[in-house]
Design a protein around this ligand. Structure first.
Ligand code: BG6
Length: 508
């Protein structure tokens, strides 16, 4: 194993160590970290789960996941053998004190063996129903007591609504200090999402026009081509608003709309983000139907193949009222953004996978060019392409070559693939590295999670009180229900066609 001798000894405990998240995301990310010298010399992974498994059997299973999902997973067996020696299995009931006693004993033994105190990371990769229990058992067993070295990592969903999120935050706060709690939103680990800060605040060029004077409106799209896949059971109890908007889309909104940070300090950045959520204009109950659109996919087509309706998916009731598509119009009430609409949309079974933020600038104050010069004219637009293409496109007007003055929009493109020879790391690699290094910048604080729930509560309440009568209301493979256009058309706005960066030349 390639190690980093500068890092403190580390014990990485995964509750749900035999589960899907560990297999698909955590272990491949930890393995990738080990291959880039980002793992401490003294390092152990303790996978805790209920099923009966030996160390060897677990390692064999984890290797499959690493081969499939890790960037360096096709690596020689030697690297895996070295790495897997650090992986141990602890069978135990998550709700039994004995499990935590045993775990504490194993941690103590490792520290004795290493002759040093270790950072202890407790990662909850379990079903959300256990989120409230495990932290209390850990605290009860004294495993949270070292405020400097013990950390807990929790995956979304953080609650189901404002009340349950507050209750969960209270439980976490009962055993851990806020500085010990790392709430994951994997979008924040994406390279292109982090680049929003770099782009905005490392280039003074854009900041002066990043406001209501120059920006007409902003769209944030997170579209998925896939349906609900094998997660129908979970998803049907959540829906698009809880599953995607409450976390990923609002995080993007915060990064696009926040004020410049004063320093690159975790709390400074998180303060600036939470300010945005506090400034979002509350949606009155009687305006919810005008400001939002919900949808559910019916039968359709994807990649030339017929696809099932949501109600026919595994684990989904045939009369489900759960939305698989959500769109909202929000306003950020502050000096910078007053009256600039932010349109958010997300959905499953849309025509293609694409996540992007488009900043639509205003037109020129006075059009001096002759009418025939401006037939193709469009106001400038900046598109931050998050995935699958990674980059930024600035669309502006240029003179078309020829004797006449004819204006035509052209694109200036920055593509990660073209500009850098290192591929972007998987979000979990970045996030786990930050957990190991005790850097909370990319993690959600309790107040931020609660502010996000607070602003969505009127929508959740009204949607619940008035079940949709038209579901399914979009065919699989369409851009959501027709009403989605209506959200923008009233203002003379439109959803931009997704940009393509794929044509950019490959790096040399
Ligand atoms: C998860 C949601 O948080 O994000 C999933 O629960 C969704 O429903 C996924 O598919 C999308 O993530 P990504 O990184 O593929 O855009």
């Amino acid at each position: 194993m390639k190690t980093n001798d500068q890092l403190d000894p580390n014990i990485f405990v995964i509750f749900g160590g035999a589960g899907d998240l560990t297999w698909r995301k955590l272990m491949p990310a930890l393995f990738d970290l080990s291959q880039s010298h980002s793992i401490p010399a003294h390092f152990a992974i303790i996978a805790v789960d209920r099923v009966e498994l030996s160390d060897d059997k677990l390692r064999k299973r984890l290797l499959e996941g690493v081969r499939k999902f890790a960037r360096s997973g096709k690596t020689a067996a030697k690297e895996w053998t070295e790495f897997s020696r650090h992986v141990h299995y602890l069978q135990g009931d998550f709700k039994s004190n004995a499990t935590y006693k045993e775990l504490g004993g194993q941690c103590d033994n490792l520290e004795k063996e290493w002759g040093a105190k270790a950072q202890r990371i407790f990662y909850m990769a379990t079903p959300p129903s256990l989120f409230g229990e495990i932290p209390s058992f850990l605290a009860h067993a004294g495993l949270a007591a070292d405020r400097e070295r013990a950390r807990i990592v929790i995956e979304k969903p953080i609650g189901y609504d404002l009340d349950s999120a507050q209750a969960l935050n209270r439980i976490l706060a009962g055993g851990f200090q806020e500085s010990q709690i790392f709430r994951i939103d994997h979008y924040l680990g994406k390279e292109t999402v982090q680049n929003i800060l770099a782009f905005r605040f490392a280039n003074p060029l854009f900041e002066p026009i990043w406001n209501r004077r120059y920006v007409d409106y902003v769209t944030i799209t997170v579209a998925e081509e896939v349906g609900v896949e094998h997660r129908g059971g979970y998803y049907d109890g959540a829906g698009a608003l809880r599953d995607m908007v409450q976390n990923h889309l609002l995080q993007l909104l915060c990064l696009v709309a926040m004020e410049p940070m004063v320093s690159f300090d975790a709390d400074e950045i998180r303060n600036k983000k939470v300010d945005v959520l506090h400034a979002v204009r509350a949606i009155p109950h009687d305006a919810v139907h005008r400001s939002t659109v919900r949808g559910q996919y019916g039968k359709g087509w994807s990649g030339g193949k017929k696809t099932r309706a949501y109600r026919e998916e595994e684990g989904v009731p045939p009369d489900s009222q759960t939305e698989t598509f959500a769109a909202l119009r929000l306003f950020v009430d502050n000096w910078r953004w007053q009256d600039v609409p932010f349109y958010l949309r997300t959905g499953k079974r849309l025509p293609r996978q694409v996540s992007e933020v488009a900043i639509q600038f205003r037109g020129v104050p006075h059009q001096a060019f002759p009418t025939e010069a401006t037939l193709d004219w469009q106001p400038a637009r900046l598109v931050i392409s998050i995935q699958p293409d990674e980059g930024i496109v600035l669309r502006f007007q240029a003179k078309h070559p020829g004797p006449k003055m004819v204006l035509q929009p052209v694109d200036m493109r920055f593509s990660y693939r073209e500009s850098f020879d290192t591929p972007s790391p998987e979000a979990y690699v970045t996030l786990l590295w930050d957990v190991i290094n005790d850097d909370a910048t990319l993690f959600m604080r309790a107040d931020q999670v609660e502010a996000a729930w607070r602003l969505l509560m009127p929508v959740l309440d009204v949607w619940k009180a008035s079940p949709p009568s038209d579901f399914p209301n979009y065919a699989g493979g369409a851009w959501g229900p027709d009403a989605t256009q209506g959200l923008l058309v009233q203002q003379g706005h439109s959803w931009p066609a997704p940009v393509e960066l794929a044509g950019c030349p490959q790096p040399k």
